[in-house]
Ligand binder design. Sequence first.
Ligand SMILES: Nc1nc2c(ncn2[C@@H]2O[C@H](COP(=O)(O)OP(=O)(O)OP(=O)(O)O)[C@@H](O)[C@H]2O)c(=O)[nH]1
Ligand SMILES: [Mg+2]
Length: 190
Amino acid sequence: MNITSATFVKGVVGIDKALELGIPQVAFIGRSNVGKSSTINAICNNKNLVKSSSHPGKTQEINVFLVNKNLHLMDLPGYGYAKASFTGREALEKLIYGYLLDSHYSQRKVILIIDAFVGPTKDDLAMLRALGEHSKNIVIVANKIDQVKKSELAIQIEKIQKKVGHHTLIPFSATKKIGVVELVNEVLSE
Ligand SMILES: Nc1nc2c(ncn2[C@@H]2O[C@H](COP(=O)(O)OP(=O)(O)OP(=O)(O)O)[C@@H](O)[C@H]2O)c(=O)[nH]1
Ligand SMILES: [Mg+2]
């Protein structure tokens, strides 16, 4: 399985027809700056598809991408960006939670990205719990494994697996393109 084409469809900021086209959706969610946009670029093999940034809070809309002409990848804004203004944060949270947890919308899969070095934070575990309560089909990506010492990686992944429970966990690096094949398979399979 391969991603052979990827194009930007549109940025969504609220209720939008683009969310209801009947095309299956795979959503990418995670803390601000964890590498959601970079992960989409890595699996689409196009570093310029989505704008990423070293400043948290880069993605402010739900950016929709059409891959292989039959699947929508949804790049969400990050949660937990402490420096955003209260109203800004509230609007983003409404957008994220509205889309992910409102029963009106459904995702074929939700890819929850966490930082492999930091491990799942309180916010990540709260998101995981909420997704579980809404019966989402969850895959966890531990991004930035290039920042974990090679000798400590196996133990770190084991620790993360214990914290996140039975979900599929993919050790990943968007920068070094590690885990791309595994994640592409998860994204493209039902
Ligand atoms: N070392 C390392 N850095 C990474 C990796 N993936 C992303 N980054 C860096 O992390 C920063 C944030 O990346 P983004 O892809 O913009 O993160 P995001 O989760 O989309 O951020 P928001 O849109 O702000 O929520 C950038 O400086 C990236 O270069 C990785 O695998 N390893
Ligand atoms: Mg982003």
